[in-house]
Design a binder for this molecule. Structure first.
Ligand code: ADE
Length: 242
């Protein structure tokens, strides 16, 4: 997979080269390009924004500069992703879908956003998604790109040491759309608190049942919306009792 990011703050994307993502680059599992949008300006001020038509606060990013940048960075087979609080929600299903793409291009807007014609024009040539990572407003799309790229890249074959850990995550198909329950390691007692007996019982059927119950309880408490969204037949009689 190739990932390109266009931004006015290229250094903000430096963490892409650290830790898990950096190792994926070093091992040739992904290629990453970060591009300074100002490289496509021609004026002495290298201006990328202008006042909004119709008035109002803030500035809008200029279409000519974004158009030229995306013409250069996008190619046959690219998918353009534009982070914006006005986008469709990013979730684990979208992360899995993006993990199948050959080329993701992220266009980071700042200020009040990018002139809409840039997005509409790109959509004439390639798939384009406007995507939000949550119901809050960031200063720009850069932090959202870091979040999305990390969620996608860890799903690529060979990136995680143990592929089972991706399967067992909260929100994955493995856990049936429930949140993961609590985890424990040694010591057995820490600050007067003991690890639940069942986890030391060696009885794997009991342990699985306990983990499922903890998942259900936690999900019901923290994310009742996820329980409501479960298919009818995904809860057994014991689950309903929990
Ligand atoms: N840019 C600003 N806020 C954002 C959000 N919540 N998600 C994605 N991009 C953003």
């Amino acid at each position: 997979m190739r990932i390109d990011v266009v931004t006015i703050f290229p250094e903000y994307l430096d963490p892409l080269r650290a830790a898990l993502l950096g190792r994926a680059i070093d091992r040739g599992l992904i290629e990453v390009g970060v591009h300074d949008l100002r490289g496509w300006t021609h004026d002495v001020h290298r201006a990328v924004d202008d006042a909004p038509y119709g008035g109002g606060p803030g500035m809008v990013m200029k279409p000519q500069i974004w158009g030229a940048a995306l013409d250069d960075v996008c190619a046959e087979g690219s998918r353009l992703v534009v982070p914006t609080p006005a986008g469709r929600p990013f979730d684990q299903a979208l992360a899995h879908a993006y993990a199948e793409e050959e080329h993701l291009v992220f266009a980071c807007g700042r200020y009040e956003g990018i002139d809409q014609r840039v997005i509409d024009d790109a959509a004439r040539r390639m798939p384009v998604d406007e995507v939000s990572i949550g119901d809050y407003v960031l200063v720009g799309g850069e932090a959202a790109v870091l979040v999305m790229v990390e969620a996608v890249v860890r799903l690529l074959p060979g990136v995680l040491g143990n592929p089972a850990s991706a399967e067992q995550d909260s929100f994955s198909a493995f856990s049936g759309g429930l949140l993961e329950g609590p985890s424990y390691t040694r010591p057995e007692v820490w600050r007067d608190m003991a690890v639940p007996d069942v986890l030391r019982s060696g009885n794997h059927a009991l342990i699985d049942r306990w983990r499922r119950d903890e998942s259900l309880e936690r999900t019901a408490l923290r994310r009742p919306d996820l329980i409501a969204a479960l298919p009818e037949d995904s809860l057994d009689a014991h689950d309903r009792a929990v």
